[in-house]
Design a protein around this ligand. Structure first.
Ligand SMILES: [Zn+2]
Length: 313
């Protein structure tokens, strides 16, 4: 259905050639409202100040970042027109997500528990073809498609099946939210049952479950290992993150790894004392180089892999 876009990458400003992506962060957020959850008042929020965010994004651009995947889906507060304006303002390519996040965030009005999986998939495919919310801004990736705990609930399974069907029909890549457990393998099993090629799936937050065995299992299944909490979440794991990337590169998997920071709260921004969107190029990559990871592997993880993964099949 997206034959006109096949081989291209869909950004919020329209399709581009994969070579135009350059250095790409594979999992970030610009506009997000995770606090908007019934009975929850303590969730940190990413500030909604476009001038501050544009400054933060510009510093990432100055550090070499050219593109980012923005995985905010509607139940996390996705803002297609604002993303397009931010892309125009900063010059960064932004690839927007679509789908549903995880069960506690599903909105009642989305009727996920009473519409068929096929209907849910159709909704995603309409948006992928025509754009979101009447803006004409088209998603370039499906996700983040998540689980709330270390298992896939029945309603989350419906979302995974719908996302999988939309992936097969559209050729878009798919990124999961798979925190703190090996649940990414179970999500992959559901997606595969819907006909999804694992090579089109990146397992998000793989580094929040920092076990070599898990990462090798994902790779053996043919999916991508996404290290997307770099410098921003579970800081006690930063050394293990570094060691795991080096180990996986040593084992020949540089072509199957993606790096990012998943900025989604104020404290992760430079504004809040965190590394901001530039943490991967300014902090993590120098540490990788110091640990002996060769430059060609770094180019693979930050430039060549996103180019291959994000190109519409
Ligand atoms: Zn995220």
């Amino acid at each position: 259905m997206t034959s006109t876009s096949s081989g291209l990458v869909m950004t919020v400003r329209g399709p581009i050639r994969p070579e135009e992506l350059g250095f790409t962060l594979a999992h970030e957020h610009v506009f997000i409202a995770l606090w908007d959850l019934a009975a929850r008042f303590d969730y940190p929020v990413l500030l909604d100040d476009e001038d501050v965010l544009a400054g933060e994004l510009s510093r990432a651009r100055d550090a070499g970042v050219r593109s980012l995947v923005e995985l905010t889906v509607p139940d996390m507060g996705r803002a297609p027109a604002r993303l397009r304006a931010m892309s125009e303002r900063t010059g960064l390519n932004i690839v927007m997500g679509c789908g549903w996040y995880r069960a506690p965030y599903y909105r009642t009005e989305d009727l996920i528990d009473r519409r068929s999986v096929g209907e849910l998939a159709e909704q995603l495919l309409r948006e992928i073809a025509d754009g979101a919310d009447g803006t004409g801004v088209r998603p370039g990736v499906i996700g983040e498609i998540g689980v709330h705990r270390s298992w896939v609930t029945s309603i989350e399974e419906r979302v995974h099946r719908a996302a999988g069907r939309a992936q097969v029909a559209s050729g878009l890549p798919l990124i999961t939210h798979s925190p703190l457990s090996p649940v990414g393998l179970d999500q992959l099993t559901i997606l595969e049952a819907e006909g999804v090629d694992p090579a089109r799936v990146a397992i998000g937050h793989s580094d929040s479950y920092p076990h070599l065995r898990y990462h090798l299992d994902i790779l053996a299944r043919g999916a991508w290992v996404l290290f997307d909490n770099i410098g921003t979440a579970y800081p006690n794991l930063e050394e293990r993150r570094l060691g795991l990337v080096r180990e996986l590169v040593d084992r020949g998997y540089a072509h199957r790894l993606l790096l990012s920071q998943d900025v989604c709260t104020d404290s992760q921004l430079e504004f809040g004392g965190g590394p901001g969107y530039a943490g991967v190029p300014t902090r993590f990559l120098p540490a990788l180089r110091a640990a002996g990871v060769p430059q060609e592997a770094i180019i693979a993880m930050t430039v060549e892999n996103p180019r291959r993964f994000l190109a519409i099949a």
